[in-house]
Write a protein that binds this ligand. Structure first.
Ligand SMILES: *[C@@H]1O[C@H](CO)[C@@H](O)[C@H](O)[C@H]1NC(C)=O
Ligand SMILES: *[C@@H]1O[C@H](CO)[C@@H](O)[C@H](O)[C@H]1NC(C)=O
Length: 412
């Protein structure tokens, strides 16, 4: 009887040790809280793998639980009026300040794009809802949170095109006037995959000669910016870091383009480049664009190139080659296309596979003459901004949120 309990106890401890304990760097604050939080994500990911192997459900369908657990119905409160609308056929959640005594001055606006690797997430998740309300009240601004469609049901370019349509629709004189928005003070912003969409749509709008109302600023929070080199120093250093291990990021990238697992395997090996895409490797050369401190322990070698029809990926159709499209990998445009971009805020975290994407973009934008504010968090981890709600609230999330909002206040 007692032995049974002891066995159970030991089993429980080993299970806990296996799932919860991870070698997370000592400098990360609230380390144990992060381990516990991440054990949930890791367990879910294992379960998703099992379900997929058993042919029960696709990996991403299981991972979507993360979105469902946080989903709420956004409603108006004392200070903020919330409405759900469709802009050119795309769902949006609109947050507006409640009018104070008929005051109808023009306001700033932030178009916000949620993260989740183009496969997960929703503007209706409670951390995004809270962030939107905070921006509205602290900036007296309008926030437009875009419910773009997700992969793998809708592969690239659908999520991007949804965002592009909403931004084009919103940036019309009549529409802005309807919401009392100042046409000179609209920003686009997003975290992670949302930062990718924000960077891509900023580039696209700048190119369109017919676009009269331009974006004033872009705020990119630990953005994903390139799919050509998935072994940058930060991908190597942080390959097992919470809450975005390299395997999951590679999974998101490949699912964005295709459900064919050959692309996932090739991306894992960093051997997915074709002779055509390899010509763009110079734009993501981390030995050239990262400050010395970030790469001194790593020797640069360019990713392998899949030759002709030998490579599994080279034999695949067009969609899986889209990773070299700048609408998916905004770092791939030449300098000439960067210089006219709106001023940028770029947040990066040390313990994030995407750290180098953000740093390289900051380097390249600055070199092209764009005004850049780069805030790097030495103890930051990917996705931190999502953790603002008890019991998974982190101090660093509050600092990041405050600094980000302060930048918007000063620059929009
Ligand atoms: C990357 O940059 C280094 C110098 O920083 C250079 O030696 C190397 O040839 C470059 N490689 C590519 C693929 O651009
Ligand atoms: C990089 O190259 C140098 C010189 O060849 C070597 O001593 C060092 O071990 C290499 N570092 C890594 C991380 O491979």
């Amino acid at each position: 009887m007692r032995l049974g309990r002891i066995i159970l106890f030991v089993a429980f401890c080993s299970f806990t040790a296996y799932y919860v304990y991870e070698p997370i760097p000592e400098r990360i604050e609230e380390r144990w809280k992060l381990m516990l939080t991440n054990s949930f994500f890791r367990t879910l990911s294992h379960l998703a793998d099992l379900c997929e192997s058993a042919g029960l459900k696709d990996y991403m369908d299981v991972m979507y639980v993360i979105t469902l657990l946080e989903k709420i119905v956004p409603v108006s409160d004392e200070h903020v009026k919330v409405t759900e609308e469709k802009f050119d056929g795309v769902e949006v959640v609109l947050y507006q300040p409640k009018l104070q005594g008929g005051d109808a001055h023009l306001r700033r606006a932030v178009i916000y794009l949620h993260g989740g690797g183009w496969c997960l997430g929703s503007s209706r998740m409670s951390p995004y809802d809270l962030l939107a309300r905070k921006i509205v009240t602290e900036l007296d601004a309008v926030v437009l949170s875009v419910e773009y469609r997700l992969a793998p049901a809708h592969h690239f370019p659908v999520p991007y095109e949804d965002v592009h349509r909403v931004v084009k629709y919103f940036l019309q004189k009549g529409v802005l006037a309807q919401y009392s928005v100042d046409p000179g003070r609209v920003a686009v912003s997003g975290d992670s995959a949302g930062g990718n969409l924000a960077a891509a749509v900023s580039q696209q709008l700048q190119k369109e000669s017919g676009q009269q109302i331009k974006l004033r600023a872009q705020a990119l929070l630990y953005p994903v910016l390139q799919a050509l080199d998935l072994k940058t120093p930060s991908y190597q250093q942080n390959k097992d870091m919470p809450i975005l291990p390299r395997t999951l990021m590679v999974r998101f990238w490949s699912e964005y383009f295709t459900s064919n697992k050959a692309l996932f395997r090739a991306m894992m090996a960093n051997s997915h480049n074709s002779p055509e895409s390899s010509r763009l490797l110079k734009f993501v050369n981390w030995s050239a664009f990262l400050p010395e401190a970030y790469h001194k322990e790593y020797n640069y070698s360019a990713p392998a190139i899949a030759q002709g029809t030998e490579g599994e990926v080279a034999g695949m159709d067009g969609p899986s080659q889209s990773f070299a499209d700048p609408r998916a990998s905004p770092l791939l445009v030449p300098d000439a296309d960067l210089h006219s971009l709106p001023k940028a805020y770029i947040l990066t975290c040390e313990y994030d596979v995407l750290r180098d994407d953000g740093i390289m973009y900051a380097t390249r934008l600055r070199a092209a003459g764009v005004e850049v504010t780069h805030q790097h968090y030495d103890t930051g981890f990917h996705g931190a901004l999502m953790f603002t709600v008890w019991p998974t609230d982190f101090l660093i999330a509050r600092r990041m949120t405050d600094n980000y909002i302060k930048w918007l206040k000063d620059n929009l």
